[in-house]
Ligand binder design. Structure first.
Ligand code: LLP
Length: 422
């Protein structure tokens, strides 16, 4: 459930008409609903507790939406953070998320990032390789610390999602193969700089089917037994994120309740602190990208091009993953037509939809791309020397600009011509 709906003919976010935000902040602009974020955070947590999972540790995967205000909202719901870079760690801390509730994931943590995380006292490192574990242990020892850590396992299952966001197959760069895990775990557990306390996995994102997860959890259950039999004390298991959301009619993502029930079933004998790293399911449907139609241009045949002021640099998912984002007029007339929706960037990849039936729009109309709250603004670039889109948070009948528009002039001002060219 979200809080984006037509009231008196105009799309609102909670009690705020998008026409007002577009008028005052301009377009394109990302708009988030605080009530939706809170609701999703609560529904996810309740799904776990209802299923009997006691005191789950939930770390929001910041990569999905790192906006400081969004993090602040989720911190208010007791969420920790899953970070994958020094920059994300900084944001989590700036949002007031306690260091102990931060999990440091990511396949290429460098020494500077790990040292900063150790000094900040973050709660857990999810180690991706023996080499990384040794580097972390050495850094921790130098600092006179012992890092709480788990080993990320690659369970070799097909998450049945887009290949670019699958992370749990043997050929993917993530984690350590199951058969190698006991030996590597043993060697890392022997290092004085590490307190090895369990394992982690994350098999992919936008999962619309729970089976691959359940299969993976089954393999982890067996691994836990093997590690315990080898004398290790396993107290923490991080089950990652991955729960999909509805982008398109016909998408039927598992309800968090079904996910919770499956997790409870798969982990019932584990006797560990379970940890979670949801991203998209919390924020995906809590945001839209508001855009303005620049003009409508006839196409070949009868299908016109609707050229909007948002482009692939602002919302990269369609160009990167052939992703679908619903497109709706902010003030729909009831008329519909079939069109190609494209941005102004100079490549054919800058296409949001081809031959799609949508609300009839004309030059100057406002429209939204839905489900843009996850992996939207954060994946923006300045390609074609376009600026960075601002972000707005709505709560009831108020809104605030929570990330300013970065104008092309600001970006240009950070570039320098060397004196030999002056
Ligand atoms: N934990 C780890 C270790 C991850 O790599 C990810 C996402 C998550 C948690 C959160 O997954 P979620 O619950 O959001 O599915 N840019 C792509 C998605 C990339 C996901 C990367 N990892 C997209 O726009 O679809």
């Amino acid at each position: 459930m979200d809080y984006f709906q037509i009231i008196d003919g105009v799309m609102h976010v909670e009690d705020m008409p998008l026409t007002r935000i577009a008028e005052e902040v301009g377009s394109p602009v990302y708009v988030y609903s605080q009530a939706t974020l809170i609701r999703h955070a609560q529904v996810f947590r309740e799904a776990l507790t209802k299923a009997g999972i006691n005191n789950p540790h939930i770390a929001f995967a910041i990569k999905a939406n790192p906006n400081l205000a969004v993090l602040k909202v989720l911190a208010g719901e007791g969420y920790g953070a899953d970070v994958v870079s020094g920059g994300e760690m900084r944001r989590a801390l700036a949002a007031g998320i306690p260091a102990k509730d931060i999990v440091f994931s990511g396949v290429g943590k460098d020494d500077a990032e790990m040292a900063a995380a150790l000094k900040a006292g973050i709660g857990q490192f999810n180690i991706e390789s023996e080499e990384e574990g040794r580097d972390l242990a050495a850094l921790a020892e130098t600092l006179g610390l012992r890092a709480d850590a788990v080993l990320r396992v690659n369970p070799d299952v097909d998450a049945q999602t887009n290949a670019k966001i699958s992370t749990g197959k043997a050929e993917n760069k993530f984690g350590i193969g199951l058969h190698q895990t006991p030996a590597i775990y043993g060697r890392l557990a022997a290092l004085p700089g590490l307190n090895m306390r369990g394992v982690a996995l994350h098999i992919g994102s936008q999962l619309l089917n729970l089976e691959p997860l359940e299969t993976a959890f089954g393999k982890i259950g067996k691994l836990i037994t093997d590690l315990r039999n080898a004398g290790h004390s396993i107290s923490h298991v991080d089950l990652g994120g991955g729960l999909g959301v509805r982008y398109k009619e016909g998408d039927v993502p598992p309800h968090p309740d079904e996910y919770g029930a499956m997790v409870a079933r798969a982990t019932k004998d584990w006797g560990v602190q379970l940890m979670f790293e949801p991203g998209r399911v919390i924020c995906g449907n809590a945001g839209v990208l508001v855009t303005k139609v620049i003009r409508v241009k006839p196409g070949s045949g009868n299908t016109p091009f609707v050229i909007v002021d948002a482009a692939m640099n602002d919302l990269a998912r369609p160009a990167l993953y052939d992703a679908w984002h619903d497109f709706e007029a902010v003030s729909p007339t009831g008329d519909r037509f079939t069109a190609n929706i494209v941005g102004p960037v100079c490549e054919t990849g800058d296409t949001f939809a081809m031959g799609r039936e949508i609300d009839k729009v004309i030059a100057g109309d406002l429209a939204i791309f839905r489900t843009a709250g996850a992996y939207g603004a954060t994946m923006a670039s300045t390609y074609n020397s376009r600026g960075l889109v601002p972000e707005v948070l709505v709560s009831g009948d108020r809104y605030a600009v929570v990330a300013e528009r970065i104008e092309p002039a600001t970006i240009l001002a950070a570039e320098h011509v060397p004196d030999w060219l002056a």
